[in-house]
Design a protein around this ligand. Structure first.
Ligand code: ZN
Length: 379
C-alpha cells in the first residue's frame, strides 16, 4: 500500500516552489536563511530542470541538485522533488521533432515555452521514464525527500494533441472502448451528415472541419487525451514506487479556472497517493472568492474525503498574468504556503497567512503549492 503522508513531516508544511537553478549558487545560503526566517518547512524543487540535469543525451549533471538538497536538508527543510518531464530539453526535440504537439488546425507547436508534449509519442515516453528512473535512483532515499511531484499541471497548456501518432493511439483506444466500429457509429450518431465509418482505420482526431464537428467524437477524444496523460503519469509513478518506496507520489491538479478541460480529476484522484491542488489568485473583477471556494470543494471531492488539499498562490512575477496581483517584497516570505490538516476532510487554505499565524498540527498530513519561495523568486 503506497504511503500517503509525506515522509518526515512533523507539522503542517509551509513553503512553495523553489527554483535554485534560476539563480547563482552564491545566493542559495541566503535563500535558505530567509526560508528559515519565514518558517518554511517544505519546498518543491526541480520541476523544470530536465535541461540542467541531462544537458545532452545520456549525460547527467546532478551536482547542483545534490548540493541544493543537502543545503535544504541541513536547514531542516523537506523537499517535494519534481520529475521534470513537463519540460524536455531542446536537444530532445531536435532529435525527436514528432514529440512536439499538433493543434486541431494542424499546426505543430514549437519548443521555447513549456508543456510542448505529445503524450502518445514513444520517444517522449522513453525519455521521461529514463530521467525519472535516474532521479529515483539518485534521490529515492535522500534524507530531505518527503514527496515526489510528477510532471506539472497535466492538461496545461496543451490539453490534447492531434498528430498522426495520437490518431493511431486514439484508434487503439476506441477499439478497447467499443470493440467494433459499428459500436462507435452507434455511439457517435454517425448516420447524421453521412459520417459513418466502415473501419477503425478511417477514424481520426476531431481536427478542424468545415462546420460543426461530431460532438461525440470530440467528447471521446477528450476522454482519450485524459487517459493518455494518465498513462504517462502512472508510468512515472510506478517507477518512483519501485525505486523510492515509502515516499508518496503526487502531481499538482488545477481543479478550477477551467484550465484543464481535458482532465478527469476524479479518475486522477484514484491514481495519486495524495491529492494536491494549485490555486492562482485572479483579481480581474470576477468573483475570485467563488472560484476559490469551488476549487476547495472540488478538491475535497476529488480526494474522496481523504485528508488533502493545498493552495498555490503565485504572484504576477511567477505567472505573468496581469490579473494576478503582485506582492510587495515585504510579503514574499509570508505569501507562499501549503497546508495539509490532519482532519478527516480536506481543507484548503488561502494566501496571505503569515507563517507565524499558520495553524500547527501534531499529526500533519501534507502540502503542495507552487508559489515561489522567498529569496530567489523575489529577485
Ligand atoms: Zn500527438
Amino acid at each position: 500500500m503506497p504511503e500517503t503522508t509525506p515522509r518526515g513531516l512533523t507539522g503542517l508544511a509551509f513553503g512553495g516552489d523553489y527554483n535554485p537553478e534560476q539563480w547563482p549558487e552564491t545566493v542559495w545560503d541566503e535563500d535558505v536563511r530567509l526560508m528559515r526566517e519565514a518558517g518554511v518547512t517544505m519546498v518543491s524543487v526541480g520541476i523544470f530542470s530536465w535541461a540542467l540535469l541531462e544537458p545532452s543525451p545520456g549525460v547527467y549533471d546532478f551536482g547542483w541538485l545534490d548540493r541544493n538538497l543537502d543545503l535544504l536538508h541541513n536547514a531542516g527543510i523537506r523537499v517535494d522533488l519534481g520529475t521534470p518531464t513537463v519540460a524536455p530539453p531542446a536537444w530532445f526535440y531536435r532529435a525527436h521533432p514528432d514529440a512536439l504537439p499538433v493543434t486541431e488546425d494542424g499546426v505543430r507547436l514549437e519548443f521555447g515555452s513549456r508543456g510542448a508534449i505529445c503524450h502518445s509519442d514513444t520517444d517522449y515516453r522513453a525519455a521521461a521514464a529514463n530521467i525519472t528512473t535516474r532521479l529515483a535512483e539518485r534521490y529515492g532515499d535522500h534524507p530531505a525527500l518527503a514527496l515526489w511531484h510528477v510532471h506539472n499541471e497535466y492538461g496545461v497548456p496543451v490539453s490534447a494533441c492531434y498528430c498522426d501518432s495520437c490518431a493511431a493511439h486514439f484508434r487503439r483506444w476506441l477499439r478497447r472502448e467499443y470493440g467494433t466500429v459499428d459500436a462507435v457509429n452507434e455511439a457517435w450518431g454517425t448516420a447524421f451528415w453521412g459520417q459513418r465509418y466502415a473501419g477503425f482505420d478511417e477514424i481520426g482526431p476531431p481536427r478542424r472541419t468545415p462546420t460543426v464537428g461530431n460532438p461525440a467524437q470530440a467528447l471521446d477524444y477528450r476522454r482519450f487525451a485524459d487517459a493518455t496523460m494518465r498513462e504517462n503519469f502512472t508510468a512515472e509513478r510506478d517507477i518512483l514506487h519501485r525505486l523510492s518506496p515509502g515516499v508518496p507520489v503526487t502531481t499538482n491538479f488545477m481543479t478550477a479556472l477551467s484550465q484543464c478541460d481535458s482532465v478527469d480529476y476524479w479518475a486522477w484522484g484514484r491514481e495519486v497517493d495524495l491529492v494536491t491542488n494549485d490555486h492562482y489568485l485572479i483579481t480581474d473583477g470576477r468573483r475570485t472568492h467563488v472560484n476559490l471556494a469551488m476549487a476547495a470543494d472540488l478538491t475535497r471531492s476529488v480526494a474522496g474525503g481523504a485528508p488533502g488539499c493545498c493552495s498555490n498562490t503565485p504572484p504576477r512575477e511567477s505567472t505573468g498574468s496581469p490579473a494576478t496581483p503582485p506582492r510587495p517584497p515585504a510579503r514574499w516570505p509570508a505569501t507562499p504556503w501549503r497546508t495539509w490538516p490532519a482532519a478527516p476532510r480536506a481543507r484548503c487554505s488561502s494566501s496571505g497567512a503569515s507563517p507565524g499565524a499558520a495553524p500547527r498540527s501534531s499529526t500533519p498530513r501534507c502540502c503542495r503549492t507552487a508559489a515561489p519561495a522567498p529569496a530567489s523568486s523575489a529577485r
